[in-house]
Design a protein around this ligand. Structure first.
Ligand code: FMN
Ligand code: SF4
Length: 677
């Protein structure tokens, strides 16, 4: 197929030292929550990216030695020859689709706690670990010599496993960044003091990696182009480092100093290509190819990065998770088929929680091996008819997949516009990109003659029965509770002045209270902080009260918590933590400390309750009640009306129900990835 001329450049092969990538699409290292623990799951997932057209597919951070153990996060590992088979499985499957395989050799330094191996962690000096009340052991010369040997051995094994690009990884706060840091590196030997000395270990590792892999593999360095903050490695020093060793590796993979706040910021806080101004200078310093990231989903932006001489490769973590077939779709000029990342960082959150990666936009992510799900192909169905009630994320995904499987689908929603909660939430400040969940699916459905959408159609149980579809999926969503029930209150908060109580649903439908507003967040994710910010921006005097210790506590897993709290403080919102609301009379909110129970009153004319949601399952319950005439209907409920959860869960539920509809149970059994003795 002829490639659209304006995107042609993205498909030009490019040499990286001794190897050549078939195109400019480069999946940078990203973790998966699979690592060493789920090798088959991992290999199949990476293989899917290669099948989807990525020219380079890398591992996640891959530990070179048991002194770098990030348990309970399942990192990759190349500790000994026993790891070779698992790593080779990934490299082989990536090669089978014509892509290069990269491996990010990693030592965590003081950051890790070695919870599994119980070895002392090592650092440039003794420093506290990231999470545990322990410190690392200061490295002496013999430790540095050992580290160099481990790195060399890991590089040799990576070559044996079949990898084409071997990384040296002096960024993201791990061991090699400690050596680069002016503040942390207090050594008086040849590895400390001057910048040249602090860079020495990185230089040695690049040279020794090249020595180990010969002319078979390329050597890449992942590096922060604007340093690690002035206390550690200033932007000028980072430039100087590139001046010193810019020609040593075969490729520079560039990031920036603020990992959560910028490099992998959510769409609430950063737009596509947001790192550009910090990395653009690097190509003027080195003649080596450069890759960097920026949640690239637009082919026009990608082409601009290359034409304007900023990048040679388009790096991607999240866009490759949301759409493993992004390069193929550009090559085939199917731009509207791209499933664009929405920048929610749910992928990161679950990996952070130690579970296999998942994605809001791509429900097949992580299920390639276990369930045999392909992001682009679904099995044909039996050609029956399906009525889906509710066109939110679950209903839209189900309609899309069932339409693809050849079912005759009717998708009905009581609202005048499709999208359900996604439409409402995407109108909140910072969440506009979430509309991509709706728009991608509507775009796919649009071309399907077998899918009809009926908006403004509130269906009763009788109408559902009369419709006469072979299958019914109920996807009627959930409503925020107006009574305070949630984590803290099992029963309604007594004596609430109902007239002055609002829920997120009210605010998303346009309510804008003025005066003193208390937002009570017992939900702990984005909704409370986003609503508090919106109300403060529209003139209310906002007090945010949460039962947790931080604003938007759970968003620590999406990497947003710090930016969330900063933004709230900048907006003048008062933040009260570890506190619950246990009464409101329309003039005063009664607050109670979650530890001591000590109470105090705060003036407020409006209370916004962000506590929990009630499934909107009345239609489902009526249809399945013992008295119902529709007892024989093949009926399922999916998404929030079954289990109020995140958008990622709703999309997954819609996908699973649609993919499995009409299948025999034996074909649906999920495989288990496990170590067998
Ligand atoms: C789920 C996830 C895991 C990541 N794990 C790693 C990792 O193991 N090593 C690394 O260098 N960067 C890691 N990153 C950072 C990415 O490589 C990348 O720099 C960042 O996501 C920005 O790129 P993007 O906008 O294309 O997602 C991770 C990012 C995500 C989303
Ligand atoms: S989970 Fe969200 S941020 Fe991660 S790839 Fe999917 S859409 Fe993008």
């Amino acid at each position: 197929m002829r490639i659209e001329p304006r995107y042609q450049q993205l498909f030009e092969p490019l040499q990286i030292g001794p190897v050549t990538a078939k195109n400019r699409f480069y999946q940078v290292p990203h973790c998966t929550g699979m690592g060493h623990a789920l090798p088959r799951t991992l290999a199949a997932m990476r293989a899917m990216k290669a099948e989807g057209g990525w020219g380079v597919v890398c591992t996640e951070y891959c530990s070179i030695n048991p002194t770098s153990d990030d348990h309970p996060h399942p990192f990759a590992a190349v500790w000994d020859d026993g790891d070779l088979a698992n790593l080779a499985a990934m490299a082989d499957q990536v090669h089978a689709h014509g892509a290069l395989a990269g491996i990010e050799l990693w030592h965590g330094g003081s950051y890790v706690s070695n919870l599994a191996t119980r070895l002392p962690s090592i650092g440039v000096r003794s420093m506290p670990s990231r999470t545990e009340p322990i410190q690392s052991q200061r490295m002496d010369r013999s430790d540095i010599r050992a580290l160099r040997q481990w790195h060399r051995a890991a590089a040799t094994r990576a070559r044996l496993a079949g990898f084409d690009i071997i990384y040296v990884y002096p960024t993201h706060g791990y061991l090699l960044s400690e050596f680069l840091s002016r503040s942390l590196n207090d050594r008086s030997d040849e590895y400390g003091g001057t910048l040249a000395n602090r860079v020495r270990l990185v230089r040695e590792l690049i040279e020794e990696t090249r020595d180990a892999v010969g002319d078979r593999c390329a050597v890449a360095v992942r590096f922060s182009a604007d340093g690690h903050g002035d206390a550690h490695l200033s932007a000028d020093e980072a430039r100087d480092v590139l001046g010193m060793i810019g020609e040593l590796p075969d490729l520079w993979d560039l990031v920036v100093s603020d990992y959560y706040g910028e490099e992998m910021a959510t769409s609430r806080f950063a737009r596509e290509a947001s790192l550009e101004d910090r990395i653009a200078y690097v190509k003027r310093i080195t003649s080596k190819p450069v890759v960097s990231v920026g949640r690239f989903t637009s082919p026009d932006t990608m082409v601009r990065q290359i034409r304007s001489g900023i990048l040679d490769f388009i790096g991607a973590a999240r866009p490759s998770i949301a759409d493993p077939f992004l390069p193929t779709k550009i090559r085939e000029d199917r731009i509207d088929d791209i499933r664009e990342c929405i920048g929610c960082n749910i992928c990161y959150a679950y990996n952070y929680r130690g579970a296999a990666i998942r994605c809001t936009q791509n429900p097949t992510m992580g299920e390639e091996w276990r369930r045999g799900w392909h992001p682009e192909h679904v099995p044909a169905g039996d050609g029956g008819s399906v009525l889906i009630v509710g066109a939110g994320p679950a209903g839209l995904e189900a309609a899309h997949i069932l339409g693809k499987r050849g079912y005759t689908v009717a998708l009905a929603d009581a609202a005048a516009e499709p999208g359900g909660r996604v439409t409402l939430e995407s109108r909140l400040p910072g969440l506009a990109e979430w509309a991509r969940v709706r728009d991608y699916r509507l775009g796919q459905i649009k071309g399907m003659p077998n899918v009809s959408v009926y908006l403004g159609s509130a269906l009763s149980a009788a109408e559902v029965r009369e419709f006469g579809a072979d299958h019914v999926l109920i996807a009627t969503g959930a409503r925020w509770r107006r009574n305070g029930v949630g984590r803290c209150h099992a029963n309604p908060i007594p004596g609430l002045n109902a007239g002055s109580v609002l829920t997120p649903d009210d605010l998303m439908r346009g309510a804008r209270p003025q005066g003193k507003v208390t937002v009570f967040d017992d939900d702990h994710y984005y909704m409370g902080p986003v609503l508090a910010g919106m109300l403060a921006s529209t003139g209310a005097l906002v007090t945010y009260v949460t039962t947790e210790g931080k604003a938007g506590h759970w968003s620590q897993y999406t990497g947003e918590q710090e930016r969330t709290q900063q933004q709230m403080l900048e907006l003048g919102i008062e933040i009260i933590v570890n506190t619950t609301v246990d009464g409101f009379d329309g003039e005063f909110v009664s607050l109670a400390c979650v530890y001591s129970g000590r109470k105090h009153l705060r003036a407020a004319s409006t209370l916004v309750l962000v506590t929990s949601r009630e499934p909107s399952d009345a239609l489902y319950r009526e249809l399945v009640s013992p008295e119902s005439e529709s007892i024989d209907l093949k009926i399922q409920r999916i998404g929030d009306c079954r289990q109020p959860a995140l958008i990622v869960h709703a999309v997954y539920a819609g996908h699973k129900a649609a993919r499995e509809l009409g299948e025999v149970p034996e074909r649906l059994a999920a495989k288990r990835d496990r170590t067998v003795i």
